[in-house]
Design a protein around this ligand. Structure first.
Ligand SMILES: [Zn+2]
Length: 372
């Protein structure tokens, strides 16, 4: 009897000690592994290092944060890293509704970043991003034909699916009836548009910036197309009339990541001006900038405030809409600079962003902001 008690006592000390061990030493690798498991049904094995697991988790987070499909059940997946040569660096096999994914270690060792600037927080390991996008879009679609295409390893297809699913965007392809319609609409504004094609890398760069907007702003019903053009007077242009944003090839050659992001955010912000704000809110914004309608001015507006209350020269140059687009871009990439130039504009945008961040409401036009 004493011996039993003694054993129980020793055993309970061991249990207490082992649970203390678990609580005291939070192994970061284990935490990452369990986050992947619980949030995304992703199981990774001992072949993964902590750093690799972190990259994989970041990619999942970035894709799912703004996905409207998060409620959809995620197919469990088991991920292995292999040193053997694998065609296209990835092998996906589905057995009993579990995706078994083997990726080549090359994905990490020769991992090509999205841009050359490794300091940039938006970068992903390009190949791994494609693999995750492929795995996730497989979950989204149960159409056999689509699955077949994905199984061929056509990454482009996976990227375009993600673009459509997450941002409601389609690409304007050359020589399609859609392209012709858009061209016709643009002819009177910009003349003939020479349509080019985005590379996969360019599309992923765009997506990584779009995700900076709150979830409910990822899909804006009237923003339907992305158009890539060979040459244009500006690096980017939002064409409300043609439901599209046009980027030129020169946009992607911009070396400064913040400048590149500014352009992408700015163009999308024009769609928010048009569709997220009602007339009353647009008027309220115009008043913050001291904008007054002026038929004699070539841009139709004059301002009563000085340059220092505008975040950039361009915000000051034309009209409340450009002021808004520049300010929204700065709200995301340089919030302090916006605050310094105009705290009231910062507060205005902050309220808009928060209204769209509360829950995952679908996109709708705002009627009011709360005065704080
Ligand atoms: Zn603009």
């Amino acid at each position: 009897m004493i011996r039993v008690i003694k054993h129980t006592f020793v055993l309970s000390i061991l249990i207490v000690q082992s649970s203390c061990y678990v609580f005291l030493i939070q192994n970061p690798r284990k935490v990452l592994f369990s986050q992947l498991q619980h949030k995304y049904s992703v199981n990774i094995d001992a072949t993964w290092t902590e750093e690799q697991a972190r990259i994989l988790l970041n990619i999942y987070e970035s894709i799912y944060q703004q996905s409207s499909n998060t409620t959809q059940e995620i197919t469990p997946s088991v991920w292995k890293i292999s040193n053997e040569t694998i065609n296209e660096n990835v092998l996906i096999e589905t057995v009993d509704n579990v995706n078994h994914i083997t990726i080549s270690s090359n994905v990490f060792s020769n991992g090509e970043s999205l841009t050359n600037n490794t300091q940039d927080e938006f970068l992903y390991n390009k190949r791994l991003f494609q693999v995750v996008a492929q795995v996730i879009t497989e979950n989204w679609t149960n159409i056999d034909a689509v699955k077949l295409i994905l199984k061929d390893g056509t990454d482009r297809y996976a990227i375009e699916l993600v673009l459509k699913e997450m941002y409601g965007l389609s690409l304007v392809l050359t020589d399609t009836p859609e392209a012709e319609k858009i061209r016709q609409k643009l002819r009177k504004y910009v003349g003939e548009v020479e349509i080019s094609q985005f590379t996969n890398q360019e599309l992923m760069m765009l997506m990584s910036i779009y995700e900076k907007f709150p979830v409910a702003l990822h899909k804006i019903p009237k923003l339907k197309y992305l158009l890539c053009s060979q040459k244009a007077p500006y690096a980017g242009s939002a064409w409300i009339v043609a439901d599209c944003v046009e980027y030129t090839k020169q946009t992607f050659r911009i070396k400064n990541p913040k400048e590149f992001q500014r352009i992408i955010l700015h163009e999308k912000a024009h769609f928010l001006w048009e569709y997220a704000l009602n007339g009353k809110l647009r008027k309220a914004w115009s008043e913050l900038g001291g904008w007054q309608k002026d038929s004699k001015n070539r841009f139709g507006w004059t301002k009563t405030k000085s340059r220092k209350e505008f975040v950039t020269d361009y915000a000051y140059a034309k009209n409340p809409n450009e002021d808004w687009a520049e300010s929204v871009a700065y709200y995301i990439i340089h919030p302090n600079k916006l605050r310094l130039s105009s705290n009231v504009k910062y507060e205005f945008i902050d309220q808009v962003m928060h209204l769209y961040s509360d829950g995952s409401i679908p996109f709708k036009r705002l009627q009011n902001l709360n005065t704080r």
